[in-house]
Write a new protein. Structure first.
Length: 279
């Protein structure tokens, strides 16, 4: 990837992280840790990979994105704002009773949201259905689903994985955000779902493992996924929970709480420092 493109994507990802923090801080609640960990991949998907148009968010031929780990909606909303689907100032209304930006994505109320999600595993199944519909109708779109590694403890995830392989859904790409932590602690201690790569291969998937914060690796992974025929692809993305905010990184306690004013200021300062380094 050209350095100029890499820098631009890094700036976009940093902007997404800023708005994640703005959202959860103003809400006084939410899920910053796992939202911050996916910002780089969200930036790549929405600015390089997916065929989408903010002016026509329901275009039949558009690519679909499903945030199966729906509690990380702050990342999706921040990305939609950065891409022009929703006004950036609306991020501060997150979780307010009068807001269309609730704690989990709502496809009926938010432009650019392709599936309402929240119950873990549900979104992945819906993404499989979208991909099957595309195959049956010879539609040109591709489907992308973002899964949490803690979410992979759900049995429904593996039922969906079996379904996707059985129907040869090569228009489906799942991204597994492998930050290693869930609300109760390390995933390997709560209910160990690893090794993800061997399990997905056993279920009939094409598996790619990458660093979730390396844009060269992200670009190569999605390019490889487009060459796969006859089976779905999963990108296992090793990430840092809380990425970009010093005191949140690799801390499970920031899975589902918002910073108070003092720590909000620290988070913004951390991200402003990153922004300066990207100029």
């Amino acid at each position: 990837m050209e350095q100029s493109k890499k820098l631009e994507l890094a700036r976009i990802a940093n902007n997404i992280r800023v708005n994640i923090i703005e959202g959860v801080y103003n809400a006084g609640c939410g899920h910053p840790g796992g939202s911050l960990s996916i910002a780089d991949i969200m930036a790549y998907l929405y600015f390089e990979e997916m065929k989408i148009d903010p002016k026509d968010p329901k275009a039949p031929a558009r690519d679909r994105f499903v945030l199966s780990k729906g509690h990380t909606a702050p990342a999706l909303y921040a990305t939609l704002a950065e891409r022009g689907f929703i006004p950036a100032e609306d991020i501060k209304t997150l979780r307010k009773t009068t807001s269309y930006l609730q704690g989990h994505p709502d496809m009926k109320g938010t432009p650019g949201v392709d599936m309402t999600t929240g119950s873990l595993g549900l979104g992945f199944s819906a993404a499989c259905g979208m991909a099957l519909s595309g195959k049956v109708t010879s539609a040109p779109y591709r489907v992308y689903a973002m899964l949490g590694d803690g979410e992979s403890e759900e049995g429904q995830v593996w039922e969906a994985a079996m379904f996707a392989a059985h129907y040869k859904l090569d228009n489906l790409v799942a991204v597994l955000d492998w930050n290693g932590l869930q609300i109760d602690g390390p995933i390997v201690e709560v209910m160990n779902p690893t090794p993800h790569d061997e399990k997905f291969r056993a279920f009939g998937w094409h598996v790619i493992s990458i660093d979730a914060h390396d844009f060269d690796a992200i670009e190569a992974a999605f390019a490889e996924a487009r060459t796969v025929v006859g089976k779905p692809t999963v990108i296992i993305a090793k990430s840092v929970k809380g990425k970009g905010v010093s005191y949140m990184e690799n801390k499970c306690e920031w899975h589902g709480q918002a910073p108070k004013e003092d720590l909000y200021k620290v988070a913004i300062a951390d991200l402003e420092k990153i922004a300066e380094s990207l100029k």
